[in-house]
Design a protein around this ligand. Structure first.
Ligand SMILES: *[C@@H]1O[C@H](CO)[C@@H](O)[C@H](O)[C@H]1NC(C)=O
Ligand SMILES: *[C@@H]1O[C@H](CO)[C@@H](O)[C@H](O)[C@H]1NC(C)=O
Ligand SMILES: *[C@@H]1O[C@H](CO)[C@@H](O)[C@H](O)[C@H]1NC(C)=O
Ligand SMILES: *[C@@H]1O[C@H](CO)[C@@H](O)[C@H](O)[C@H]1NC(C)=O
Ligand SMILES: *[C@@H]1O[C@H](CO)[C@@H](O)[C@H](O)[C@H]1NC(C)=O
Ligand SMILES: *[C@@H]1O[C@H](CO)[C@@H](O)[C@H](O)[C@H]1NC(C)=O
Length: 442
C-alpha cells in the first residue's frame, strides 16, 4: 500500500484558529475558536483549553485526506503537553476546512513536534502549507524539532473587519515617514514577540495564548539602561491598546534610559532581530510609562533600522494624560541585506535631565507576505497546488497541506443566521476591508 521504500510523510500536529473580534469584552471569548488535536480520537486539555481530536467525527471542521495516519507516542516525555502526544501524518495532499462566522482578524497557529515512527521516515518529509491562498510554509520539515514548534499567522487577508492589526502603519524606509495602507490584506507571520526587561510571558498569562520571550538575546546595548518593574495596575483605556494587544505582564516591565544628573545620557538602547531579506516586516512597539514620577516628563525618539520612526514621542499625550496606560505604534520596514532589523529608543531634543528619557516595554515583529502571496519563498500557493503530485507518490516528493479557512456569511452579532453559502476550498473570498478605530502609529 505504502511506498515500498521510505515514504515521505509529515505531521501536522495541532491547529488553532481564533478570531479576534469582541475585543471590548473584558473576558475574551472569540466567536470562531477551533482547537484541533491532530491524530487523536479523544480531546485534550492544555491551559484550560480543550482541543478536539480530529479522528472522531466533528462538526467543527472537515478533514479531507485520502491517505493519512494517526500516530501516538506510546512513551511521551514527562511534562510534554498532551496535544503533542499524537500527530497526523499525511501521505497525500490534504486539507482542513473550518467555518468562519466572524469577519474579523483571525489567528492560525500550527504546532509541530517530531514523533519517531517506524512506518515512515519523517526526516525526509518536506511539505507545503497554505491557508486561504497564501503560502505559509514551503518545503518545510517539521522534523528536527526537539521541542514543540509553533508557527503563528495573523489576518490572512480575507475578512471585512480589522482587529488587532489596523489597516495602516507608518512606512519607514528613510527619515521621511510615509503611510503603508492595506495591512488587512496581508498575511502576517509572527517572527519575534518579545517582552522587554521582564520574564517570559506564557500563554497562561495572555488572553490570546501568545508567548512573549525575554529580550536578552536581542539586546545590543551593553549598558546605560535600567530595567524597571511595576507592580501597580496597568490602566487599559478605550481606544488605546487593549489587553488583547498586550497583556499586563508585558506592560509592567521595561528597559529605560534614566538621567540622574544635569546631563541627558547620549545613548540609545538597541535591539537587533534576525529577519529575512526581500520581505517587509510589521514592527509593533509597545510602550507604557511605568517609570516616570509624573506626567509630561518623558520625551524620546524611536528608531527603526536606524531611521527616525517616531520623533519626540510623548506618552502622556498619546494616552490622554495618564501614567501606566499602554500605547503601541506600528511601523512597516524592509528586511535588508544585513539580515537584521534594529529597534532603538533614545533621548530626544525635548528630553529632560533628572527624568526617564526613553522606554520600551515590548516588541512584535511580523513578516508580511511577498508579492507572490507567500511567506516562505518566491513561489505562489497556486503554483504549489499545480505541482501536486498526482497518482503514485514517490520518495521525497513534497506534499501539500492546505488549511482552508472558509468564510460563511453569518452575522452573529445581528443574531441572524444567513446560513452557509457554498464556499469552495481556496476560492477567493470577498475582501471588503474597513478599519476599526485602533490606536496605532502617530
Ligand atoms: C522545494 O525543493 C525542491 C528541491 O530542492 C525544489 O525543486 C522546489 O522548487 C522547492 N519548492 C518550493 C515550493 O520551494
Ligand atoms: C502569570 O503571571 C503571574 C504574575 O506575573 C506570575 O506570578 C505567574 O508565574 C505567571 N504564570 C505562568 C504560568 O506563567
Ligand atoms: C552624570 O552622570 C553620568 C553617569 O551617571 C556621568 O557619566 C556624567 O559624567 C555625569 N554628568 C555630570 C555633568 O555630572
Ligand atoms: C541613536 O540611534 C540613531 C539611529 O541609529 C542615531 O541616529 C543616533 O545618533 C543615536 N544616538 C546616539 C546618542 O547614539
Ligand atoms: C535635535 O536638535 C539639533 C539641533 O537643533 C538638530 O540638528 C537635530 O536634528 C535634532 N534632532 C532630532 C532627532 O530632532
Ligand atoms: C500580500 O498578498 C496580497 C494578496 O495576494 C497582496 O495584495 C499584497 O500586495 C502582498 N503583499 C506584499 C507586501 O507584496
Amino acid at each position: 500500500m505504502e511506498s515500498p521504500r521510505r515514504s515521505s510523510c509529515f505531521s501536522l500536529v495541532i491547529i488553532t484558529i481564533l478570531s479576534l473580534s469582541t475585543l471590548t469584552l473584558s473576558f475574551f471569548s472569540p466567536i470562531d475558536n477551533y482547537l484541533i488535536d491532530c491524530g487523536s480520537a479523544a480531546d485534550a486539555t492544555v491551559d484550560n483549553r480543550r482541543f478536539t481530536g480530529d479522528s472522531a467525527r466533528s462538526n467543527s471542521h472537515i478533514l479531507s485526506s485520502t491517505r493519512s495516519d494517526s500516530l501516538r507516542n506510546p512513551n511521551p516525555p514527562l511534562g510534554l503537553a498532551p496535544i503533542y502526544h499524537t500527530a497526523r501524518v499525511f501521505k497525500s495532499p490534504s486539507s482542513y476546512e473550518f467555518v468562519i462566522r466572524d469577519k474579523g482578524t483571525h489567528l492560525v497557529r500550527l504546532h509541530f513536534h517530531q514523533l519517531d515512527y517506524v512506518k515512515c521516515n519523517l526526516e525526509d518529509a518536506l511539505f507545503h502549507v497554505s491557508v486561504n491562498g497564501f503560502l505559509l510554509l514551503s518545503n518545510f520539515s517539521g522534523y528536527n524539532t526537539l521541542n514543540p514548534r509553533v508557527k503563528e499567522y495573523i489576518d490572512l487577508g480575507r475578512y471585512r473587519k480589522a482587529h488587532l492589526v489596523a489597516d495602516t502603519a507608518q512606512l519607514v524606509h528613510s527619515d521621511k515617514i510615509e503611510k503603508f495602507d492595506g495591512l488587512t490584506k496581508q498575511a502576517l507571520e509572527t517572527v519575534h514577540r518579545v517582552s522587554i526587561g521582564g520574564p517570559k510571558v506564557t500563554p497562561f498569562n495572555d488572553s490570546l495564548w501568545r508567548t512573549w520571550v525575554p529580550d536578552d538575546e536581542f539586546l545590543k546595548s551593553s549598558g546605560g539602561w535600567e530595567k524597571v518593574y511595576f507592580s501597580g495596575r496597568i490602566k487599559y483605556q478605550d481606544g488605546g491598546a487593549s489587553r488583547e494587544v498586550g497583556p499586563d505582564n508585558v506592560y509592567n516591565s521595561a528597559r529605560v534610559i534614566k538621567s540622574t544628573n544635569e546631563s541627558i545620557p547620549k545613548i540609545n538602547i538597541s535591539w537587533s532581530f534576525p529577519v529575512m531579506e526581500d520581505y517587509k516586516y510589521l514592527v509593533r512597539t509597545h510602550f507604557c510609562d511605568i517609570a516616570s514620577i509624573s506626567l509630561e516628563l518623558l520625551y524620546f525618539n524611536v528608531y527603526v533600522n536606524g531611521y527616525l520612526a517616531y520623533k519626540d514621542l510623548d506618552l502622556s499625550d498619546v494616552v490622554g494624560e495618564t501614567l501606566a496606560s499602554p500605547f503601541y505604534a506600528d511601523f512597516v520596514v524592509d528586511g535588508d541585506r544585513s539580515g537584521f532589523l534594529t529597534v532603538s529608543v533614545g533621548p530626544s531634543n525635548m528630553s529632560y535631565p533628572h527624568c526617564i528619557d526613553a522606554i520600551l516595554n515590548g516588541v512584535e515583529i511580523m513578516k508580511l507576505n511577498n508579492s507572490m502571496g507567500s511567506l516562505d519563498g518566491k513561489v505562489s500557493a497556486e503554483s504549489v497546488m499545480k505541482s501536486w503530485p498526482r497518482g503514485n507518490i514517490g520518495v521525497l516528493v513534497p506534499l501539500v497541506a492546505v488549511v482552508c479557512v472558509l468564510l460563511i456569511a453569518s452575522m452573529v452579532l445581528l443574531r441572524r443566521s444567513i446560513g452557509a453559502k457554498g464556499s469552495v476550498a481556496w476560492s477567493r473570498l470577498a475582501t471588503d476591508v474597513t478599519e476599526v478605530n485602533l490606536k496605532g502609529g502617530n
